[in-house]
Design a protein around this ligand. Structure first.
Ligand code: ADP
Length: 454
């Protein structure tokens, strides 16, 4: 996508006093924006070339811990610096923050200036380059689902995350009346993002109390991941400005439906969709069938990149629209992969496995790698499934726990070939650490269940 703000336009805006702050951000393993707030004059004079950050930013957890066991960053290694290199094509205004612009940065090794291989943006760029070598471009869309709550993050934290009250009192799937009541949050989200150059399609109420969906028009894979990451951050910031919390935790209550991030995917060549073949059944080209065969075959290997936390796996439950099986189906929301737009140029595959907590760079990198493998190996697509796939005993399951997904990641020869051992080992360590942290905790459930009765 063309820059929302050229560097020259930024310089003019700084001179005119319209912009005084530039956010320089990298994307961390968790898919969050991390970085610094520059005085705009400093940014346009010097820091636009590069800035620096501690290398623990790509080896930490949600709580900014310094877990042991990473080859790239450690106390022994002295936790040195990475270079943050602003990608000036991502420069844009941040309309929901006064006088502010933002740029995304690539993460480079401090000494060699090579991209840091486990940096999410670098991983996605690498798979896009592999796909381009085959003559294809990937167009992607990631849906964002989340919950809005009556209270703010700070109030909820001070109250110990108890008695959480969603912003609405009933299932608001497609509801206009209820979502009208939420427009103080959702309208600025749509409009500010749009003004920041992010092609918002729509928002809608989702299938739970307080649940929302934000749809952004499909775009080239890297732009799609950039849009998703900026939008997720914006949703939280704009909800906070309005006194509400917006949570992307995939499952915040055992009885409530979880939040997902479905990923729509199609391949193109010279601006023409290559997934479409007018003469083929369903309009599905051979390339699409091979791509989908790779996606489905290797889904267990890359499930971690769609479901990276212990909580992510609580979402995968029968009868909830969250899939449990690695099969495909035509416009059927119970399967892991749904064929959409059959018989049209808009034919695409939607992966429904990912939770709202996925990192879009990692998810897309892993799925592109699987699709590339399907094309390279000319894999054969199994026939579609139909009906209620949850009860299809012959269909393969996706890993049911973080522990299981860690093992399928660790032992994935395909991902080791696509990403390299160092990168896979890095994310295996992230997965292990998440599990280790959880295993150390004594939960409220254990106490209530066993305190008297055990
Ligand atoms: P749904 O019924 O799943 O809501 P939509 O028509 O709203 O379907 O499309 C969902 C997402 O798919 C949107 O973000 C849209 O931009 C994206 N999309 C549409 N066509 C394509 C395509 N050819 N490739 C990838 N994504 C696409």
């Amino acid at each position: 996508m063309a820059a929302q703000l050229t560097f020259d336009a930024l310089k003019d805006a700084v001179k005119a006093g319209e912009i005084d702050t530039v956010l320089a951000c990298l994307v961390d393993m968790q898919g969050r924006l991390m970085g610094k707030r520059f005085h705009a004059v400093n940014f346009v004079e010097t820091s636009f070339e590069e800035t620096h950050c501690c290398n623990y930013l790509l080896a930490t957890d949600l709580e900014m811990a310094t877990p042991p066991g990473y080859a790239s960053s450690s106390w022994q290694g002295g936790y040195g610096d990475y270079i943050m290199a602003p990608d000036l094509t991502t420069l844009r205004r941040v309309p929901w923050l006064e006088g502010t612009a933002m740029v995304l940065c690539d993460v480079l090794d401090h000494h060699s200036h090579d991209p840091v291989p486990h940096s999410p943006r670098a991983m996605l760029k690498q798979q896009i380059a592999r796909l381009q070598d085959l003559g294809f471009d990937a167009m992607m869309a990631t849906e964002l689902e989340f919950f809005l709550f009556e209270k703010s993050f700070d109030e909820i934290r001070k109250e110990g995350f108890r008695d959480l009250a969603p912003i609405s009192g009933y299932n608001e799937d497609y509801h206009i009346l209820q979502t009208t009541k939420e427009e103080s949050v959702m309208r600025p989200i749509r409009n500010h993002l749009f003004d920041a150059g992010i092609p918002v399609e729509n928002t809608k109420g989702e299938a739970e109390t307080g649940q929302e969906e934000l749809n952004i028009r499909y775009a080239a894979a890297l732009d799609c991941a950039d849009h998703h990451t900026i939008a997720k951050n914006a949703v939280k910031e704009i909800a906070w400005q309005q006194g509400h919390a917006a949570s992307f935790l995939p499952k915040w209550h055992r009885d409530k439906i979880g939040s997902s991030s479905h990923v729509h995917q199609s391949l193109w060549r010279d601006g023409t969709p290559v997934f479409y073949d007018a003469d083929a059944e369903l309009g599905m080209s051979e390339v699409m069938a091979q791509y989908m065969a790779g996606l489905i075959t290797y889904a267990p290997d890359y499930t971690f990149f769609l479901a990276p936390y212990v909580n992510s796996y609580k979402r995968f439950a029968k009868g909830t629209f969250a899939p449990t099986k690695t099969v495909w189906s035509v416009d059927n929301r119970t399967a892991g992969f749904r064929l959409c737009g059959d018989g049209t140029k808009g034919i695409r595959v939607e992966c429904r496995i990912g939770g709202s907590d996925l990192n879009p760079y990692l998810a897309q990198a892993a799925m592109l790698a699987a699709g590339i493998k399907g094309i390279e190996d000319k894999m054969t697509l199994a026939p579609p499934t139909s009906g209620d796939v949850y009860d299809d005993g012959s269909a393969a399951d996706i890993p049911q726990t973080l522990r299981a997904a860690t093992e399928t990641l660790r032992t994935s020869e395909f991902l080791r070939a696509a990403f390299g051992d160092r990168v896979v080992d890095h994310y295996v360590r992230a997965a292990e650490w998440e599990q280790e942290e959880f295993d150390r905790v004594v939960t409220d459930w254990e106490i209530a269940r066993g305190f008297e009765r055990a």
